[in-house]
Ligand binder design. Structure first.
Ligand SMILES: [Zn+2]
Length: 439
């Protein structure tokens, strides 16, 4: 019995050293806690509180009685089949899996994953499984240990090291490929595209020579062997020379969003009414057409307003067309992102600088109410298109388009300025190269 007891202590110390040694090297505090613990009061304190040096001597005295063996999960394996292959007895394998189940679903094991096993020999030199551990995630280790009264399992949280990365580059083909060439990980590129999707139509708007910069966080396991990408903290796309900047910001209520430098959320809505003080004269739906005289689906909203009333862009975007378009008369269509575009018809004139390819801001005057084309009197015919098909603008479920004000804006500005300084202090790889070249 004394031998078994020593063996268990050794196993616990083994686990402890595996965690403590690399952490000491890079100076991370060993503050990992237990998320869950079952049936093991004597290990309520973190296992790595055991002094590793004092333990060395004990290890050697029982070395012949215990050994470690790893088993790698193969395709089609269950945890039990892998344990059996490693020489674990059937009853023992079932018992350890039952102990682990409250903390980990064994079906989530993936091929290639390694399970560390610890065996001990009894007086007759027969080896039995005494301990098992594996990384569920880079910050979660599942460990099980055989005690006098049966198997006990626990989850160990490994403190991760947070690092930030600043990467910039020029787009030579697609943002996706260009970012990958700068070694921006795929999940970060996907995030980059997602957070800019309210501002940019990636299919049509991104051109060769456009620039990008990303500042993102990454979490590494203490030994730096495994990493997990965190959030984008700052990103900038410069399209046709015009920068669009986003900051990730947590508001006082804990809600997190991406904001432009002026405190406007990246998630944008479209203006409900693109003309000030206009009256809705005809809604979306079937109606008797005033000129053609038969029932026809009216695929937009009509706003009655006097000729020359300014019309505003319903959202930020790029002008796709600003020219006469059949029965629509003088017509402007703006693409807001990969999904939405809006169109404005029967105009008397176009806004200043409004031509195909021009970038416009929400609220900018893009034209004036008129009666050009197939029209019975001055009004704006307004359409919203989702994936190039007209939809009822009144039924759109668009984000709220939050705008920070007052103390919220002040807090954001302070955070943004601090982040700008933090980023500016990190030289980009090509800046480092330029400095080295000067020496
Ligand atoms: Zn109409």
């Amino acid at each position: 019995m004394g031998r078994l007891f020593r063996g268990l202590k050794t196993y616990r110390a083994c686990l402890a050293r595996r965690v403590i040694a690399p952490m000491a090297v890079i100076g991370v505090a060993a503050v990992g806690g237990f998320l869950a613990h079952q049936n093991a009061p004597e290990t309520a304190a973190p296992a790595f509180a055991v002094a590793p040096i004092a333990q060395e001597a004990r290890d050697q005295s029982v070395a012949e009685a215990a050994y470690d063996n790893d088993v790698t999960i193969r395709r089609g394996d269950t945890l039990i089949s892998a344990l059996l292959r490693a020489g674990v007895d059937h009853l023992e394998a079932n018992a350890v899996v039952a102990a682990i189940k409250p903390y980990f679903n064994p079906r989530k094991l993936q091929a290639g994953q390694t399970i560390s096993l610890h065996f001990e020999r009894d007086q007759a030199a027969a080896a039995t499984l005494a301990g098992l551990s594996f990384e569920e995630d880079i910050d979660r280790t599942i460990a099980a240990e055989r005690k006098a009264d049966g198997w006990s399992a626990e989850v160990k949280e490994v403190p991760l090291v947070r690092v930030t990365m600043r990467v910039a580059g020029e787009i030579s083909d697609s943002l996706y490929l260009s970012a990958a060439r700068e070694n921006i990980p795929a999940p970060v590129v996907a995030d980059l595209i997602r957070i800019f999707s309210y501002d940019v139509d990636f299919q049509r708007e991104v051109q060769k020579g456009d620039k990008f910069e990303v500042y993102f966080e990454r979490f590494a396991s203490p030994e730096g062997r495994r990493t997990r990408e965190g959030d984008i903290l700052y990103a900038q796309l410069t399209l046709s020379g015009k920068p669009i900047t986003l900051y990730r910001h947590a508001m006082a209520d804990g809600e997190v969003d991406y904001f432009h430098e002026n405190g406007k959320s990246a998630k944008k809505t479209l203006l409900r009414t693109p003309v000030d003080g206009a009256r809705l004269s005809s809604g979306y739906g079937y109606r008797r057409h005033p000129i053609l005289g038969y029932n026809k689906l009216h695929k937009g909203l009509d706003f009655a307003a006097s000729s020359g009333t300014p019309i505003m862009a319903a959202g930020d975007g790029v002008v796709e067309r600003a020219s006469v378009y059949g029965g629509y008369g003088k017509y402007v269509r703006i693409r807001h992102n990969g999904t939405y575009s809006t169109a404005y018809a029967h105009l008397s004139a176009y806004g200043k600088g409004v031509r195909a390819g021009a970038r416009v801001r929400q609220g900018q005057v893009i034209g004036y109410v008129g009666s050009t084309g197939r029209s019975t009197g001055p009004h704006l015919h307004y359409e919203v298109m989702a994936n190039d098909r007209q939809v009822n603008p009144r039924h759109l479920k668009l984000p709220t388009g939050k705008e920070l004000r007052g103390t919220q804006l002040a807090a954001f500005n302070a955070y943004r300025e601090a982040l700008d300084m933090e980023i500016a202090a990190i030289p980009l790889p090509y800046e480092v190269a330029a400095l080295m070249g000067k020496k």
